[in-house]
Design a binder for this molecule. Structure first.
Ligand SMILES: [Zn+2]
Length: 442
């Protein structure tokens, strides 16, 4: 009978520890029902007894139905565990795919850096077949001299769509708009680039001063300053090198830089009739694009797009019964989902490019007050565009207007900024004028 007194308490202890007890374990020691077993135990509290019996019964039920592997599977099937596994799996998948793509890109780049760049250039100038002709030149080129050596008065390149990656050099009229726009852009860009160079030379000096004033013990501040300084130096040096301008004959007004094509600015000739109608306005357009490159906007945009894509995919996988497969498909076919998220960031970049662009304008001795009329022209174009959608319905126009803040807003900001940089313009311009006059009398 001793057995009967000890056993229930042993079972109760097991129940307390594990929540339930194996039926076989219980049967091997006693042939009594759980209720009689507990009655013989020291603790006669009815409440506790019923609680233990309840948990005992559920325990027996569970062990009867599920074997150990199925119990493990059951544990994994809990919603929280399932979602955690799913997020982890998606994360691994994203990192894996990105890693493979990166490795592939790196490999391709290492094998053929020039081919890689030219393929990217080709894809950029073609723009889904919207461009037929372009003029590509360096800011240091003597365009007229080059044409003269070719025995023509002006030339451009025609994209040979039958032979991908190939261009045909074509003689054009000297008065052709693409040629005239190229000459004008080259002239203005030289000054804009020197303005940007003065900005970055000052930035390097400022950072060097700050670094020398930061105590050596302040390692965190020093390392972030060093990083900033290195970046500013890289950008300053890139402004000392020649830059490539590409004038594309394209009906939708736009200008852009490409994160993977360094030291290149692409301009649609139509941007010069609709937006930048004089040299001051063109200076702001070029200063704005130059800022996108110098402030790493396209690199940041690529990073952000990638991150949002990842987050959107994980979120989609959570609400999706196929475990992320349809989320993947959705993400592939609906790339516009993350456009909403990245557009806000791109607007911030636009504001920064406008702000620094105007400073570059002032530093290159163009009039910032006149230059900001660029936004008035853009605003007018928007109004005209909306009323004549049928004439100008091109994807590029739509894209540009979506990712850029409203021109009315930009116009207002630019007005304030033009006043701020006004003094800089007066100072720089008088110095430049003095130099120009000085050189005349030498
Ligand atoms: Zn922009």
């Amino acid at each position: 009978m001793m057995l009967n007194i000890i056993k229930p308490c042993a079972i109760r202890a097991t129940i307390r520890r594990t929540g339930y007890v194996n039926k076989r374990f219980f049967m091997s020691f006693s042939y009594q029902t759980p209720r009689t077993l507990f009655r013989s135990c020291n603790n006669n509290n009815a409440y506790h007894q019923s609680k233990y019996i309840r948990s005992f019964n559920t325990g027996v039920k569970k062990t009867k139905q599920l074997s150990l592997p199925s119990r493990a599977l059951g544990f994994l099937n809990r919603p929280a565990i399932r979602y955690t596994i799913r997020i982890g799996r998606m994360g691994f998948l994203i990192v894996g795919i990105a890693g493979a793509a990166y490795a592939y890109g790196q490999m391709e780049l290492l094998n053929d850096p020039e081919g890689h760049q030219s393929a990217m250039f080709y894809a950029t100038v073609c723009q889904e077949g919207l461009t037929k002709h372009f003029v590509s030149f360096w800011d240091s080129d003597n365009l007229k001299g080059l044409a003269f050596h070719m025995d023509v008065s002006a030339y451009c390149y025609e994209i040979d769509y039958k032979n991908p990656g190939k261009y045909l050099r074509k003689q054009i009229n000297e008065k052709a708009s693409i040629w005239q726009c190229s000459l004008k852009a080259q002239k203005v860009f030289k000054r804009v680039k020197s303005g940007a160079l003065s900005l970055f030379e000052d930035r390097v000096k400022d950072l060097e001063k700050k670094l020398s004033e930061t105590p050596l013990s302040d390692t965190f501040d020093r390392s972030s300053l060093m990083e900033e300084l290195n970046d500013a130096k890289v950008k300053r040096n890139s402004l000392r090198k020649p830059w490539n301008l590409v004038m594309l004959s394209n009906r939708s007004p736009n200008a852009f830089v490409h994160g993977f094509l360094p030291q290149k600015i692409f301009i649609h000739d139509s941007a010069m009739y609709y937006f930048a109608q004089n040299e001051d306005e063109l200076a702001l357009l070029l200063g704005h694009e130059l800022t996108h490159y110098l402030e790493n906007h396209s690199r940041d945009q690529v990073k952000l797009t990638f991150m949002t894509k990842g987050i959107v995919m994980v979120l989609l996988s959570l609400i999706d019964p196929t475990g992320g497969v349809s989320g993947f498909a959705l993400e592939l076919f609906l790339p516009y989902i993350d456009n909403f998220i990245t557009a806000a960031n791109s607007r911030e970049h636009e504001h920064e490019a406008d702000r620094i662009g105007l400073e570059i304008v002032a530093r290159s001795c163009y009039n910032p007050t006149k230059a900001m009329k660029l936004f008035t022209n853009m605003k007018n174009f928007e109004i005209q565009y909306k009323s004549t959608t049928a004439n100008l319905t091109t994807k590029a126009t739509l894209n540009m207007l979506n990712s850029h803040p409203l021109s009315v807003e930009r116009e207002k900001d630019a007005e304030i900024r033009a006043e701020e940089v006004g003094s800089l313009y007066m100072k720089n311009c008088s110095e430049i004028r003095k130099k120009a006059w000085g050189s005349l009398f030498k």
